[in-house]
Design a protein around this ligand. Structure first.
Ligand SMILES: Cc1ncc(C[n+]2csc(CCOP(=O)(O)OP(=O)(O)O)c2C)c(N)n1
Length: 204
């Protein structure tokens, strides 16, 4: 008997949306100086293609670090809102960060999870969220009470606007389709770090 679907595919009725469309909506809502940390692969490809800003950081090479990096920035610069964009596979590799974020509870941190149910960039192997794991339920269980699936694009806009206005930490999960990322981040980590430090006003 195959297991009942309880993950993103089965536990809720959220619409399947497009990551690039939602990324553009999110970037369009930024006022100016918010920091945005894109996770490895498609999360940062679409962030790159949505318009580069010195306050954007593009993670290369390691899965699961968008949230830990954004968390560190949020603690270091409490006046600045910080947004992490992470894929489901990457978050599943680093679930402990949710408990750490909840314990420290920075008000200026918003986490966005792009759940396509696959490790797309390495060949579309299924992730646990495709069948059994509900990332919003996991986040709530970790202590992030302010966690929700975006029901559709308007709901995503509303949840993100509320996260920016009311403060967090908040987690917004979006079911997304299998369209590949649109851009391709320059693979120049030294420049990415230097620009980000400039964008955060900490360049020596
Ligand atoms: C620690 C680690 N393990 C494995 C990889 C290989 N890898 C790179 S991206 C990726 C899949 C990422 O999946 P997800 O975060 O869901 O993003 P998607 O590709 O679906 O957009 C894998 C397995 C890696 N870069 N780092």
């Amino acid at each position: 008997m195959s297991p009942a679907k309880t993950g993103a595919a089965g536990a809720h009725n959220a619409k399947v949306m497009n990551r690039f469309d939602l990324t553009k909506r999110l970037v369009g809502r930024l006022k100016r100086d918010e920091a945005v940390v894109g996770g490895i692969g498609n999360a940062n490809f679409d962030l790159w293609a949505s318009g580069q800003r010195p306050q954007n950081f593009y993670m290369l090479g390691s899965m699961g670090l968008a949230i830990p990096i954004a968390f560190g920035v949020a603690i270091a610069q409490p006046q600045r809102h910080v947004i992490a964009l992470e894929g489901d596979g990457s978050l599943l590799m680093q679930l402990g960060c949710l408990a750490t974020v909840a314990m420290r509870a920075p008000k200026n941190l918003t986490i966005v999870v792009w759940d396509n149910g696959i490790y797309q960039i390495t060949g579309s192997q299924p992730t646990a969220s495709e069948s059994s794991a509900d990332l919003v339920a996991i986040a709530r269980g970790a202590g992030l009470a302010n966690s929700a699936w975006a029901a559709d694009e308007d709901d995503f806009d509303r949840l993100f606007a509320t996260a920016l206005k009311d403060g967090g930490p908040s987690l917004i999960a979006a079911r997304i389709d299998h369209q590949p990322g649109v851009g391709a981040t320059d693979r120049d980590p030294v420049q990415i770090r230097a620009r980000f430090m400039q964008g955060l006003g900490v360049k020596r």
